[in-house]
Ligand binder design. Structure first.
Ligand SMILES: [Zn+2]
Length: 188
């Protein structure tokens, strides 16, 4: 397995290359992405800076299944809830539902050779999810090297944020953190 980081104009985009290929978040123009077959695209949460190019990804990777929380899917075309309006965007198209698979706590990408599972990381939004692959966590905006994501945007929640940080602290087997913004960091 290889993990590549793409510094997109809106957020970090990660590419997991293994027996199946997974892209995490859609904040980088498709021209920045490697020319590989993509099997899965995982959306960590439905904020515009993470979903800006989702429809372009769907076109570029016709075989890809889009993984996200059900609450994230419901926000894809809601420019208030997904904060697109803060970026001057007032209209967005929802991905066709037949391209999407909802994921919840404990679900896995079964086709991926490496041990993996999804975790709920609510607080920054009510749809925030992470993906754990071996000892790596792709955590969206739940946690950063020097802090954590905001909780004052739609569906953000301070108490949930605290619970999520406690939950992350208890994930003893996780070493490498891949956040939606800033640099990748390791936990000792
Ligand atoms: Zn966010």
């Amino acid at each position: 397995m290889e993990i590549k980081t793409i510094c997109g104009e809106f957020c970090n985009v990660y590419v997991i290359e293994s027996n199946v290929n997974v892209i995490i978040d859609a904040g980088a123009n498709t021209s920045m992405l490697p020319n590989i077959n993509v099997d899965y695209v995982f959306l960590t949460h439905a904020h515009y800076d993470h979903l800006a190019y989702l429809n372009d990804y769907a076109e570029k990777f016709p075989n890809a299944t889009f993984l996200m929380a059900e609450q994230a899917y419901n926000k894809l075309d809601d420019c208030q809830q997904n904060v697109a309006t803060l970026f001057g965007v007032n209209k967005l198209k929802k991905l066709p539902i037949n391209r999407v698979k909802f994921v919840k706590e404990g679900d896995q990408i079964e086709a991926l050779n490496e041990q993996n599972h999804f975790v709920e990381l609510k607080g920054h939004t009510n749809c925030s999810m992470g993906l754990i692959v071996i000892d790596n966590i792709f955590c969206g905006d739940a946690v950063f090297e020097n802090g954590y994501g905001s909780y004052d945007l739609p569906t953000g929640d301070f108490e949930q944020t605290q619970k999520t940080l406690e939950k992350i602290n208890k994930l003893n087997n996780i070493r490498h953190f891949y956040s939606g913004h800033g640099t990748h960091f390791d936990k000792n």
